[in-house]
Ligand binder design. Structure first.
Ligand code: NDP
Length: 352
């Protein structure tokens, strides 16, 4: 069968021919429908993130997938059911986080990540996985189901933010998303129903398709070249909720400045090392004296996938159509990894 992989010492994806996997006991054989591409895939390709599966000279890419159950192999799933796989699997060690169905909270060393670190991904015609790592979705979502994984990361981040504000009557009126990449736009669309006013910060000039989407969602676009994150409370208003989805390390700290009293900021972006100066005293003081919270969040668990399934079903059709910009067949796979200003979300279609 065809698979898209990166080989050791290489930084470009390749189409390889491998044997179709056989499901072990308790595992399901899934026929892949679509696999999305995000920034993490580029990090895996460049070698800056993740690691190859032990003993393998290639890594099958892809962690945002949707497929159809080809063989239920005696599990409770039905053949033909549409399913989305989760990303983390236990490493060769016991982990209370996996036992508690909270793999997203497991520390490094207790997990591998399919398509990212230590395990093959889903960019192949078929994959196998234990039933417990699959979430069923309605057939009506089959075409967009690969978005459940990124949305689930936002669901987890939102849960953490809300729980951190659950000890008082928190007013979540103004929400800001830093970043107009796929994750930022998926987050913004989610906040449209949850905040009275929404804002999204990017660094692009008009005309730009992401700015059109931001405004169509009813949000205000903020150009970071004109308004820095820490100026947002003065130019617009102090924020109750900030999602950082740029990976620009300075934003982690300016998020504190963008928040109003009692606000919460969640950091999702994954930056590279970068040394710079911050006024740590001022940030520390604001966090304490204004009851602000700053949280980091990574990955998600089955509960978040199930919520993401519902969120996905509620997104307007025009929004999904406008972010899913680049569909490629397996033979055209290289085009899916080409970046351009008009590309928001690329995906590879393995079967229909
Ligand atoms: P992208 O890289 O596609 O998007 C990042 C966006 O932020 C781009 O639109 C970019 O603008 C914008 N941006 C970057 N720097 C600045 C800046 N200084 N000022 C204004 N805008 C800026 O990534 P994704 O949307 O896929 O993901 C966002 C981040 O979240 C990434 O760091 C990713 O690694 C991380 N991530 C984290 C997860 C988690 O669980 N914590 C899960 C998935 C992703 P432009 O396009 O113009 O360059």
């Amino acid at each position: 069968m065809d698979a898209i992989a990166v080989k050791r010492e290489k930084t470009r994806p390749e189409r390889i021919d491998i044997e179709r996997p056989e499901p072990d006991e308790g595992e399901v054989l899934v026929r892949t429908l679509r696999v999305g591409i995000d920034g993490t895939d580029f990090e895996v390709l460049s070698g800056s993130h993740g690691e190859f599966p032990e003993g393998s000279d290639y890594q099958i890419l892809g962690h945002e997938a949707v497929g159809v159950v080809e063989s239920s192999n005696g599990t409770a799933l039905n053949e033909g059911e549409i399913v989305v796989p989760t990303v983390r699997r236990p490493a060769n060690t016991s982990s209370r986080f996996f036992e508690n169905n909270e793999p997203d909270m497991a520390p490094p060393g207790e997990y591998v990540e399919r398509g990212i670190a230590g395990a093959h991904g889903y960019m192949a015609e078929y994959f196998t996985t234990p039933e417990s790592f699959l979430v069923s979705i309605p057939e009506s979502l089959a075409d967009v189901g690969f978005l459940v994984e990124p949305i689930s990361n936002v669901e987890k981040a939102l849960e953490l933010a809300q729980r951190s504000r659950s000890t008082f009557e928190w007013q979540n009126s103004a929400g800001l998303v830093l970043g107009n990449g796929p994750l930022g736009l998926l987050t913004l669309a989610m906040l449209a129903d949850r905040c009275e006013r929404t804002y999204c910060l990017g660094r692009r000039e008009r005309p730009d398709p992401t700015i059109d989407i931001i405004e169509e969602l009813g949000a205000t676009y903020i150009n970071s070249r004109q308004t820095a994150v820490d100026e947002i409370p003065t130019v617009h208003e102090p924020m109750d909720l900030v999602f950082e989805a740029t990976g620009h390390a300075k934003h982690a700290f300016s998020t504190v400045e963008a928040l109003g009293a009692n606000g919460v900021g969640v950091l999702l972006g994954i930056p590279e090392d970068w040394e710079f100066t911050v006024n740590g005293g001022a940030l520390h003081r604001q966090l304490v004296l204004q009851n602000k919270a700053l949280l980091g969040s990574v990955n998600s668990n089955i509960r978040h996938y199930k919520r993401a399934r519902n969120t996905l079903a509620e997104y307007p059709d025009w929004f999904l159509a406008s972010i899913m910009t680049t569909q490629c067949s397996v033979l055209e796979f290289a085009d899916a990894f080409e970046e351009s200003p008009d590309t928001i979300k690329s995906y590879i279609e393995f079967s229909t």
